[in-house]
Design a protein around this ligand. Structure first.
Ligand code: IVH
Length: 677
């Protein structure tokens, strides 16, 4: 017999939850669950109502279910990914940025032109014009796929629907930032937390008539796909599209060196409050589009641009407690629990204290009055202590030298610098339940297995119930038990099952990233995956007798250094890790890396570099060789076809070895000739 009261109670609870998310989504433009989770919740409610007819009679869900976002906007793949920007917070970060660019390009001339633009704090969108006609308008989405919001974008009168002018490319994709003016926001400020949310909320309206009620504006700042390419630098691009009728920001200008960059940053920072739109920093872009192309991007952001943020929002609060958190690498991070305070529109109750040294250096104590800062999406941090407000009985904080699991912690000594690490770590790996749980959260995260419906909270729940102890358990869940848990219905269990079954097909690079070897992030995982190609080859690392010789070969892979190699060695020399990884592999189907066969002058050839080049860096040389179909190896062997010798400090031993093996040696001059051919 079903218990009607319980079923009704559960049903009402879900409806209230849905109402809460509706409000967050539609009114505040601040959803805290994914679209999938939202749809699941909605389906669950419909399912319950179908199953228990008496619920229908309660008429609780009229006007609630059956409305968007289930049939929200169509998803469309971007012609080119919409990347994000890396951040700089001070002059030193900017100097590093310029240095990196110069190194990558092996740039010897004095200065590089950077085009400087305000970073508008709005909502990004992309507009696609074919033969001058606006045919597509998408939101950023996850950067790869956006939502079709063309109808809403068309309500913005300043966005050209048809462009006229000379030399307009056949295909022109304009990237822009949609915002609501501060003055206009003032009129509707009751409804939204800030102008950015208002702009987002307006753009997400299902009915464009609703969008048109809120006066949206925009600034165009970049391009996606263009055919044919008719621009040679960023400033020229913006000035041309401005002539074609697009809004571009009037405060942008060229800067040539760090002093000009600093001056511009200070100047705009001081004008900031008088502008009619929110900006949170300046974007500096290499002006020359050819150089931009050479620099390319990492998986998340271009190497040719950076957002130089204005100083972050600050607030004063009090430390109630200092607790320890253990990360997936065993890192022990102290966290201050503070009296909740609003910093830049967000309520903050935790702030990171980074590490033991930081606590000592700033002499942070329990009960202290502190200044905290929240910069962008970064976790808030404690800046300094107001010691005048400190009580007499206050005592220095003694940093625990044990992990939450009870095991001792250590500070590693870096082999390269011989310096002691500032971070204390628990070294127990999967034997520490706190580390293990964090490793599981990493495994299911978006960049790793990306399992919908299995977020951090669910991992905590399943972990506490003993349902998941190691990664392979995810693929052998006891669904019967889960079905009986509070908050889990038939449908959500089915969905979880589906999501998990789907995710056991995984590519080798994601797999390598997922297993969480320290110092192996997404980029390095990709490099390793294209080196090993298949899981079978990668598994050779598990046996200590093979490992040494394999690791030697990794040395010269671009991006893989001694730190990474040591870390791989440490990871696989722990037999528990090997066992856990093997158990996981048994549950999966791991696909080989499809090495993109590029055709070109080095097609099917294996190359190696020694020495530096005059005009480009080693990293760029490698990218060029790969673009021309070649594979770059890290050591001399019979497999090699060419050794390319840069004029600056080549290794004589390598040249001799190559000659002995009959490998063709190419000089810098010959290499330049090949590139120009
Ligand atoms: S350039 C490859 N320029 O900031 C990314 N972005 O974090 C190139 N934004 O998604 C972005 N003003 O929504 C660029 N002048 C500007 C910008 C700007 C605002 C936003 C944009 C982008 C985000 C990057």
């Amino acid at each position: 017999m079903i218990n009607k009261t319980n079923v009704t109670k559960n049903f009402k609870k879900k409806i209230n939850e849905l109402k809460k998310h509706n409000k967050l989504y539609f009114n505040k433009d601040n959803p805290i669950i994914s679209d999938k989770e939202y749809d699941e919740l909605k389906k669950e409610i419909i399912y319950l109502q179908e199953k228990y007819k008496f619920l229908k009679d309660l008429k609780l869900i009229e006007n609630l279910v059956g409305s968007p976002p289930e049939n929200k906007f169509k998803k469309i793949k971007h012609l080119k990914p919409m990347l994000s920007l890396s951040n700089a917070f001070d002059k030193k970060d900017m100097i590093d940025f310029i240095k990196k660019i110069k190194n990558y390009l092996n740039y010897s001339e004095n200065h590089i032109e950077f085009y400087c633009e305000p970073k508008i704090d709005g909502i990004s969108a992309t507009l696609v014009y074919e033969n001058g006609n606006l045919v597509k308008g998408l939101s950023r989405g996850d950067g790869i796929t956006g939502e079709d919001i063309l109808a809403n974008l068309k309500t913005i009168s300043e966005i050209p629907k048809k462009i006229k002018g000379d030399n307009i490319p056949r295909l022109l994709e304009i990237r822009c930032e949609i915002y609501i003016g501060k003055k206009d926001f003032f009129e509707i400020k009751e409804k939204f937390a800030n102008p950015r949310n208002a702009a987002g909320g307006s753009l997400r309206q299902k009915d464009p008539r609703e969008t048109s009620k809120i006066p949206l504006k925009y600034f165009a700042y970049g391009f996606g796909a263009i055919e044919p390419m008719v621009f040679s630098n960023q400033s020229e691009f913006l000035s041309k599209i401005s002539n074609w009728g697009f809004s571009v920001n009037p405060l942008s200008e060229i800067t040539r060196n760090i002093d000009e960059i600093e001056k511009k940053h200070n100047k705009i920072d001081s004008q900031r409050s008088s502008l009619d739109y929110d900006i949170d920093g300046l974007v500096f872009k290499v002006n020359d589009l050819n150089l931009q192309k050479r620099l390319g991007s990492t998986s998340s952001s271009p190497r040719w641009a950076i957002a130089y943020k204005f100083s972050a929002e600050k607030a004063v609060t009090k430390i109630k407690d200092i607790v320890i958190q253990v990360g997936r690498t065993g890192a022990i991070t102290p966290v201050a629990k503070v009296e909740p305070v609003t910093v830049g529109g967000v309520v903050v109750s935790n702030a990171t204290l980074h590490n033991e040294e930081e606590i000592q250096r700033k002499d942070i104590r329990l009960g202290d009055t502190v200044l905290i800062q929240r910069a962008g999406d970064v976790i808030p941090q404690v800046l300094n202590v107001d010691t005048s407000k400190r009580g007499k009985s206050s005592k220095k904080f003694i940093f625990p030298n044990k992990c939450l699991c009870g095991s001792i912690t250590i500070k590693e000594i870096s082999k390269s610098t011989q310096k002691e690490d500032a971070v204390r770590r628990c070294t127990k790996g999967y034997d520490c339940k706190f580390t293990a749980r964090e490793k599981l959260k990493h495994i299911v995260s978006k960049e790793a297995f990306n399992i919908d419906g299995l977020g951090k909270k669910v991992i905590d729940q399943f972990w506490n119930l003993g349902l998941i102890k190691e990664p392979s358990d995810i693929f052998q869940l006891n669904y019967k038990k889960i079905r009986s848990l509070e908050g889990w219905g038939e449908l959500s269990v089915e969905n979880l099952k589906k999501a998990i079954n789907k995710s056991n097909n995984i590519s080798l690079d994601r797999f390598i990233y997922s297993i969480g070897i320290r110092h192996i992030g997404q980029e390095n995982a990709k490099i390793l995956a294209s080196f090993f190609v298949s899981i079978e080859q990668f598994s050779n690392l598990f046996k200590s007798k093979n490992r040494e010789s394999i690791l030697k070969n990794l040395v010269d892979l671009d991006g893989i250094g001694q730190t990474q190699i040591e870390s791989i060695e440490n990871f696989f020399s722990d037999s528990k890790n090997v066992k856990i990884v093997l158990n996981l592999i048994n549950q999966l189907s791991i696909s080989k890396i499809e090495l993109k066969k590029k055709s070109g002058i080095f097609s099917g050839k294996r190359l190696m570099f020694t020495g530096g080049f005059k005009k480009i860096s080693r990293s760029e040389a490698k990218t060029i060789a790969e673009d021309k179909g070649g594979k770059v190896l890290g050591s001399i062997s019979k497999k090699l076809d060419f050794l390319i010798v840069g004029d600056s400090k080549p290794t004589k031993k390598k040249i001799d070895q190559a000659k002995n093996l009959g490998i063709k040696v190419i000089t810098e001059k010959e290499w330049e000739k090949i590139l120009n051919s």
